[in-house]
Structures are given as structure tokens and as C-alpha cells.
Design a protein around this ligand. Structure first.
Ligand SMILES: [Zn+2]
Length: 259
């Protein structure tokens, strides 16, 4: 029997209709479905964030092909489009929620080349449906501020409050945090630990291994423009570049190492 030695975590944001051609942080529902089918056909299967954590701490083994699905921000499209697809496959997923904005809009500052319009975020009733389906809900902070910019008191308040807000939904304080914009530093990581989180998710690409930093878990950014073939390359190589040239470079490097 073989076990997973390294596990990729996929990061999605919005599911629905992109605002414009460069809105890579939104994936159309049919493309999301095609990506999931292709992962399944190629031997991949999603595991819960809790099982992933147990694997990282050596208390659980997971099969090869195990990966984790995460959605940042909590957009309504996760429930409307992604959840029915995942339910059919029996795959769990995690949503990192901006707990001060449930049922509101994603009206925080976005830092991409082209502005993205605010979109509706899931409310409590919608989130309870997801919980019933087997989703895990964790924290993406209270207000989606860049945590490195907050002073110590503000930062601790935000981290503790968002954990407790999650407890108001799921009955348990959030164990995991996804840093807004992926922004973190020594101080943020230290206070995240002090606030009671078990682990935190970054936007640094790569695979996760059991001996990795609990507060810098790596994730692969999945774009709305990624075809199923591109996503397969990303998840095989552990990088955000799903183009064919990236695969060619990877094998060229391996050949060079062997010779
Ligand atoms: Zn976010």
C-alpha cells in the first residue's frame, strides 16, 4: 500500500460569471465541473482539511492522489454552483470566510491589474446548508484587511473574533486561517498561533509535506482560465504555471539531474 508523501491544496475564489476577460479569480461552473471530473479520472480525490491536518501531524495516512479543495472569501457561487458538483462526487471542501461580511458584498480593496466588482457573500442560512453537506468553514479574518498592516491589538482582536464567529456557525472556533491577500510575516504568524489557530494557509505555491511550517501552508492558485489539462499540470508539478512549457521545463530539469 502506498501513501501520499506530499499533498497539494487548491485555492479557488469565486465560481460564476467572470467580470471581464482578465478576471482569473472567477471560474465558470462548467469549467469547474470539467476540472473536478478530470482530477477524478486521473486518480485524484479530495480529502477534508481536518484529515489533511491529521496527515500533517502523522496521525493519519492518506492515499496517493489526495488533495485539498479550498475556496477563499465565501462567495455565493460556491453554494450555488460548486457545492452540487462536489456533492455528486462525494468530495469535501473548505470555505475561508470573511466573518464580518456574511450576507454582504466583497467590498474590500482588490489588488489586481483590473478592478473586480464586489460580489455577494454567503449568509448564515446558506453556510448552514454547506455544513450539512460536509463542508468545513474556517477563517479568512473579520474584514479582509492586510493583516501585516494592523497593530498588535487590532490584529489579535480580528483573529480571535473571526475564530469565534466561525463557532457561531459550526459550533467550533475556527482552527485554520487563510491570510487575506496571502499577506503574512513573522509577527502575523506568531499572533495567529497565539490566537489559537492550529495552522494557516498562504498563497505560496508548492506541495505540502508533514514537516512543513504549520503557519505557511502552501496552496496552488487555480484560475478561471485553467483548462483541465492545465490544472493537471499544476497539481502534478506543484506550481501555479499550468502551461505546457512548464511541464517541459520540469522534465528537462529532472533529466539534467539524472545525467
Ligand atoms: Zn480573500
Amino acid at each position: 500500500m502506498h501513501y501520499a508523501q506530499r499533498i497539494p491544496v487548491l485555492m479557488y475564489h469565486r465560481v460564476g460569471e467572470p467580470d471581464h476577460a482578465h478576471d482569473i479569480y472567477c471560474i465558470r461552473p462548467d469549467r469547474f465541473a470539467a476540472q473536478m471530473r478530470s482530477l477524478s479520472k486521473n486518480g485524484y480525490s479530495a480529502v477534508s482539511i481536518e484529515d489533511f491536518d491529521a496527515w500533517r501531524h502523522g496521525t493519519k495516512s492518506l492515499p496517493p492522489g489526495a488533495f485539498v479543495l479550498t475556496f477563499d472569501d465565501g462567495f455565493t457561487g460556491v453554494r450555488d454552483y460548486a457545492a452540487p458538483i462536489l456533492q455528486k462526487m462525494g468530495w469535501p471542501a473548505t470555505v475561508f470566510l470573511v466573518t464580518g461580511k456574511l450576507g454582504g458584498d466583497s467590498n474590500w480593496q482588490v489588488t489586481t491589474d483590473q478592478p473586480m466588482r464586489p460580489h455577494r457573500l454567503m449568509d448564515q442560512a446558506q453556510l448552514l446548508e454547506l455544513l450539512e453537506q460536509g463542508f468545513s468553514l474556517h477563517s479568512h479574518s473579520v474584514n479582509h484587511h492586510d493583516l501585516t498592516m494592523l497593530d498588535e491589538a487590532e490584529l489579535l482582536k480580528d483573529l480571535i473574533e473571526s475564530r469565534e464567529n466561525i463557532a457561531g456557525l459550526s459550533g467550533k472556533p475556527a482552527a485554520y486561517l487563510a491570510y487575506p491577500y496571502g499577506r503574512n510575516d513573522d509577527r502575523v504568524r506568531d499572533l495567529t498561533k497565539r490566537a489559537g489557530y492550529v495552522a494557516a494557509f498562504s498563497v505560496e505555491s508548492g506541495f505540502n509535506r508533514p514537516d512543513g511550517d504549520d503557519f505557511r501552508i502552501r496552496r496552488l492558485d487555480v484560475f478561471g482560465t485553467d483548462t483541465p489539462a492545465m490544472l493537471l499540470r499544476k497539481i502534478r508539478l506543484g506550481c501555479n504555471d499550468g502551461r505546457l512549457s512548464s511541464l517541459v521545463r520540469y522534465y528537462a530539469r529532472r533529466l539534467l539531474k539524472k545525467s
